[in-house]
Design a protein around this ligand. Structure first.
Ligand SMILES: [Zn+2]
Ligand SMILES: [Zn+2]
Length: 378
């Protein structure tokens, strides 16, 4: 169904849950196939149901907003359910975090990317995620980058097979907790008998008992290990984004930092750049060579260009993360006034001649002053 869910319910994208519910009820009544004489009642009713199922649920709505209609519907067909962490990996994969709040859209796509890399689906995801970080240049963001990440994780101690015993054959079920790792404590209180379940004090919740602890893990059965992986960071990623990936049993959050660029300023997929031109270039026009993330390009500065005027180089920006295509590069032309002491005698004479020929009598109309005002204060 190609129709946007907000349109289907006839509400704005900013609508509150109450408004959505109210509108849903009205529409459902209007199009109920048993009661309605609209020609397409059946279809509309189904559409309204579908729309409400998503927009009426905050989590689904958030995912819908960030993914867009088509992608969301597609992902749902593949089993994606934003309210079910376990289902995420099976379906569209899950990734998200700080980036989402920045309005850059969800990062469900990354789930796929990283799942592909490591061949794992998102599972229960109950254990605490390991954290790694990468720093990218704007060029990396433009191209996409490969980075080595390291993170710390707990793995079974190989010496004792994760039992914690110096001699694994001596490891046996903990007699205190019967191997469950948990013990119940009953207590009489003024309100009656209460039962609390705590981790077994003798085996620390592992459920295994032994005479001599393993020296390598000090009887813990686990050791901390630093894991190193090479990951692909997708092009177009934003500063502050957290990419989530599944690496075997580990969930890893990769915090992305994008370094400031010497000459380019970034805004989403667009890139801003200021290019200096001389006064004669601005007056007579010229073709200037402008750096972009894809190398130098020629740009025409038309005759009579004002300082501060901005030109757009289409598709010279960064790749868009969630969509096809790329942003633009905006080039603000700045007319540079030369330092008098840098002028050669010839240049100075020419300028003086220009002034005495009438060049410092400026002609302007009110429209010019208004434009100027807008330029400065607007
Ligand atoms: Zn025990
Ligand atoms: Zn050990």
């Amino acid at each position: 169904m190609a129709r946007d869910y907000y349109d289907a319910l006839g509400v704005s994208r900013e609508a509150s849950q109450d408004e959505i519910k109210k509108s849903y009820r009205e529409k459902a009544r209007e199009y109920h196939p048993d009661a309605s004489d609209h020609e397409d009642a059946q279809e509309r009713f189904k559409e309204i149901q579908e729309a409400y199922e998503v927009l009426g649920d905050e989590e689904k709505r958030e995912a819908y907003d960030s993914m867009g209609h088509d992608r969301y519907v597609q992902a749902e067909k593949q089993g994606f359910d934003p309210t079910d962490a376990g289902a995420r990996g099976a379906g569209a994969g899950a990734a998200g975090g700080a980036g989402r709040a920045r309005g850059a859209g969800g990062f469900e796509d990354f789930g796929d990317i990283f799942n592909d890399l490591f061949g794992g689906g998102f599972g229960e995801g109950r254990q605490q995620a390991a954290v790694a970080s990468v720093t990218l240049s704007l060029e990396d963001v433009h191209e996409g980058a490969e980075r080595e990440i390291s993170y710390e994780t707990e793995v079974d101690c190989a010496t004792c097979d994760g039992t914690g015993a110096a001699d694994p054959s001596n490891a046996r079920r903990c007699s205190t907790c019967g191997g469950s790792g948990r013990v119940e404590q009953r207590q009489r209180t003024p309100f009656g008998q209460t039962t609390t379940v705590t981790s077994c004090p003798d085996c620390r919740g592992v459920g295994i008992e032994y005479d001599e602890p393993c020296a390598d893990c000090r009887g813990q059965g686990k050791i901390r290990e630093t894991v190193t992986r090479t990951v692909e960071i997708p092009a177009g990623v934003e500063d502050g984004t957290t990419l989530r990936m599944r690496d075997g049993a580990n969930e890893v959050h990769i915090e992305v930092r994008v370094e400031d660029h010497d000459i380019f300023e970034r805004d989403g997929a667009d890139v801003y750049y200021a290019h200096p031109v001389s006064f004669p270039q601005a007056v007579f026009g010229d073709t200037v060579t402008v750096p972009t993330l894809e190398g130098d390009v020629d740009m025409d500065v038309p005759a009579g260009t004002r300082s501060g005027e901005t030109f757009r180089l289409s598709n010279r920006g960064l790749p868009r993360l969630q969509r096809a295509g790329r942003g633009d590069q905006y080039v603000r032309v700045e007319v540079v006034v030369p330092d008098p002491s840098d002028l050669s005698e010839e240049e100075r004479d020419a300028l003086a001649e220009f002034a005495s020929a009438g060049g410092d009598e400026l002609e302007y109309d009110e429209g010019f002053l208004q434009r100027l005002k807008r330029g400065v204060f607007g």
